[in-house]
Design a protein around this ligand. Structure first.
Ligand SMILES: [Zn+2]
Length: 301
């Protein structure tokens, strides 16, 4: 009897394990573009893009870091700057509670990951926004980190790479968040005066105060396919002008056709594209010698 029971238990366990093997959590993912069910490993191999319809899944700042940088070269900088709640802001929840939840969810202190890295051998400063942290919104901390990182790019005489994925300014910080548009733009103007390169990458979505400041101030602006890029969203514009908007309005491809951005690049080609841009504008692969962007401009390149 005892033997029979243990056989039964084994059998039950066997059935459970078999079920587990068939349907483990997170092994498959449904494409939000074409509804195709995609094997997770395949998705990872394709850098979280759909091989059928080209849909680009939203990824974290850490994943973009891995997509863009040479293995193990990223050194995180400016980690000690944290958001405060200057207005004691409360909407449906307290801003202070939202910050705690966002930190817990993402494991980061802010909505932007900043650091130095090598990209195809070039040393560069890199700021990557994380949409998972309060919609990648720009408050005082993001503005400060990007301004300081830009200053470091000037001091080190290396290119700056920004990657945006954001809903815009952080309304919970009121006017202080809007001031970050001026702060980051002013620092980028200095970078420009120094003849240094800023490559701005726009992922889905890049909107609001970030589009209206540093995300649009790249010497070269690269967007991911299908990314929504704009200041106000299409619904707001449609309701304001009371006219139908053209197909594909505010999508990366539309903006490329209308001269607002320079390239639309598949995520699998993103790093290559950035390396080519840096190669073109600098001739020193260590990124420490004289900047050549100014020279390239003088030569009319
Ligand atoms: Zn798809």
């Amino acid at each position: 009897m005892k033997d029979q029971l243990s056989w039964l238990r084994r059998r039950k366990r066997g059935i459970k394990e078999a079920k587990k093997r068939e349907m483990p959590d997170g092994l498959w993912r449904k494409c939000e573009g074409c509804s195709e069910i995609i094997y997770h490993k395949e998705l990872e191999r394709n850098l979280w893009t759909c091989s059928k319809c080209n849909y680009h899944f939203r990824i974290s700042a850490a994943q973009y870091r891995d997509v863009l940088t040479d293995d193990g070269s990223f050194v995180e900088l400016l980690t000690g700057i944290e958001s405060v709640d200057p207005l004691g802001f409360v909407d449906s929840k307290k801003y202070a509670d939202r910050l705690v939840a966002a930190k817990k969810k993402t494991g980061h202190n802010s909505a932007v990951l900043t650091g130095s890295a090598r990209v195809g051998g070039h040393l560069a400063m890199m700021a990557i926004l994380d949409f998972a942290f309060l919609g990648g919104s720009m408050g005082s901390v993001m503005g400060e980190k990007i301004a300081r990182l830009t200053r470091m790019a000037i001091e080190e005489r290396v290119p700056l790479i920004t990657l945006s994925s954001t809903g815009g300014a952080r309304m919970q910080e009121g006017i202080l968040s809007l001031m970050q548009m001026a702060k980051t733009s002013a620092m980028l103007a200095k970078l420009d005066d120094e003849g240094l390169l800023h490559v701005a990458i726009q992922a889905h979505p890049t909107t609001g105060g970030v589009t209206a400041s540093f995300a649009s101030l790249g010497d070269v602006i690269v967007a991911e396919p299908g990314a929504l890029i704009g200041f106000a969203g299409p619904r707001v514009i449609q309701q304001t002008i009371k006219q139908d908007l053209p197909d594909g309005f505010q999508r990366a491809e539309f903006l490329l056709d209308h001269g607002m951005i320079d390239m639309v690049v598949h995520r699998k080609e993103l790093k290559n594209a950035v390396v080519k841009v840096i190669d073109f504008f600098t001739d020193d692969r260590r990124g420490t010698a004289e900047d050549t962007l100014g020279q390239a401009r003088k030569q009319g390149l």
